[in-house]
Design a binder for this molecule. Structure first.
Ligand code: NAP
Length: 248
């Protein structure tokens, strides 16, 4: 059976590393992005150069109509999705909860929570054996922040990841008998651009001495865990988590 994967935010950081690794493992890859077309095209070109199949599709995961269109495009151009990586996530300027306004909270929660729910919905509608689908696997990219809370930095972001942990457990049980496995990875301290959005480009290097392994992580180290959870080697695992946090 053809393996077809949708990776939200597959154009940069952890998503890009996952796009490359998925292509290496034989998936046709939908590289979703929001604004940065160039980054998505770069990932697609690199995959095509090595003989793989990939498409770049713009969609804001916080928009229901964009998400519906994203999956319709995949149906048409690649085929019915067999794997979803819910990865597109945002954080904003580090601050205390007492300084956060409603518009910020809405941006964080709609992208990091509703976005994951909407993409999971579209995937389940296609994968579920109850709807005539052939099954599949979903991996949610949560965060170590769901356990650690991110005090003084972004409690809103950490709480959004807590919601994703709960969704992972609930959805996994809901669709376990319909041929779909749902798991999550919880990374932390990975070298990507996301920390710039929090206002601290060198955040990983500041924190790494408090990480038991005394170093930050690379995006591909998260991708390996994601691809394992998606693979048949994880065939009896659902509703569970892999922490990729250097022991923190
Ligand atoms: P990143 O380098 O900032 O990349 C974010 C990716 O998501 C980009 O491809 C971006 O596309 C896309 N994106 C953002 N908002 C989107 C939206 N509304 N719709 C569609 N795509 C959107 O982030 P990252 O560090 O790789 O993080 C990826 C995931 O890992 C996130 O869920 C994050 O919370 C989680 N995580 C990261 C770390 C870490 O240390 N880096 C730790 C724990 C968890 P554009 O370029 O087009 O904007």
């Amino acid at each position: 059976m053809k393996k077809i994967i949708v990776i939200t935010g597959g154009s940069r950081g952890i998503g890009a590393a996952t796009s490359h690794l998925a292509a290496e493992r034989g998936y046709a890859v939908c590289v979703n992005y929001n604004h940065n077309r160039k980054a998505a095209d770069t990932v697609v070109s690199a995959i095509e150069r090595t003989g793989g199949q990939a498409i770049a599709v713009a969609a804001d995961v916080s928009s229901e109509s964009d998400v519906i269109q994203l999956f319709k495009t995949v149906d048409k151009e690649l085929g019915i999705v067999t794997a979803l990586v819910n990865n597109a996530g945002i954080l904003e300027q580090q601050m205390k909860l007492e300084d956060m306004d409603a518009s910020r909270l809405n941006r964080i929660f709609t992208t990091n929570i509703s976005g994951y729910f909407l993409c999971a919905r579209e995937a389940v509608r296609r994968m579920s054996t109850r709807h005539g689908g052939a099954g599949g696997a979903i991996v949610n990219v949560s965060s170590g922040a769901s356990r650690l809370g991110s005090p003084g930095e972004y409690v809103d972001y950490a709480a959004s990841k807590g919601a994703i942990d709960t969704m992972t457990i609930g959805l996994a049980k809901e669709v376990a008998a319909e041929g779909i496995r749902v798991n999550a990875v919880r990374p932390a301290f990975i070298y990507t651009d996301i920390h710039t959005n929090g206002g601290e480009v060198n955040r990983v290097d500041r924190i790494k001495e408090f990480v038991p392994m005394k170093r930050g992580g690379q995006a591909v180290e998260v991708a390996y865990a994601i691809l394992w959870l998606l693979s048949d080697e994880a065939s009896y695992s659902t509703g569970t988590f892999i922490d990729v946090t250097g022991g923190k």
